[in-house]
Design a protein. Structure first.
Length: 198
């Protein structure tokens, strides 16, 4: 059940993982409230050290106005991702996607989590919708190729993969190593996709 709602973004507390909580007491905040930049730098440091509870405490001290509110949700998404809390990643990513649809990262984050907590078909629908706004997105095409391969639509997979590679050559090597694309790995190797050009 939701315990925190921010601009339509609903977050739940998961006993196994830390999540953003409503500020109900002084213990939920750092001992001293400082300039937002200081709290952001501290949160970033804690995040790098994988001290997620401390990072979230610093994030709660940030003002809700932009850019701090968005920055806090971006880092929160990273924390939730590192913890593998896909339900919260989905909720945070979806909130960012709905608020900032012009940024392709949030479409990919929402789809990534949706695949893990709902279905690959639902994740596919998110990216297909996002591709309308982001017609030149190589990462959306790459993920759609992965989904198509897992769903055993190998022709569609190759179409999306070729489009992704046309936009960004880095996906050749990634595709050969990706477990989702195992069913076409030999075909990709035969195309020379696994070769590293130095």
């Amino acid at each position: 059940m939701p315990i925190f709602v921010f601009r339509g973004l609903s977050l739940e507390k998961d006993e196994a993982n830390a999540s953003l909580r409503t500020v109900t007491s002084k213990e939920d905040l750092p001992p001293h409230l400082l300039a937002p930049k200081v709290h952001w730098e501290r949160a970033s440091g804690y995040f790098a050290l994988e001290m997620y509870e401390e990072a979230e405490r610093e994030l709660r001290a940030l003002p809700k106005k932009e850019p701090w509110g968005k920055n806090a949700r971006m880092m929160l998404l990273g924390i939730q991702h590192e913890q593998g809390n896909w339900t919260l990643v989905q909720e945070t990513g979806r909130g960012l996607r709905l608020e900032f649809p012009e940024e392709e990262d949030w479409w990919v984050s929402d789809a990534y989590a949706t695949r893990r907590c709902e279905s690959i078909e639902s994740a596919r629908e998110i990216l297909l919708e996002g591709l309308v706004l982001h017609a030149e997105s190589s990462i959306m095409r790459y993920n759609l190729a992965c989904y198509a391969c897992v769903l055993e639509s190998l022709g569609e997979c190759m179409d999306y993969l070729n489009e992704a590679v046309r936009l960004d050559d880095k996906y050749k090597l990634m595709a050969v190593e990706d477990d989702d694309l195992e069913k076409i790995r030999d075909e990709l190797i035969n195309l020379g996709w696994g070769e590293i050009v130095v």
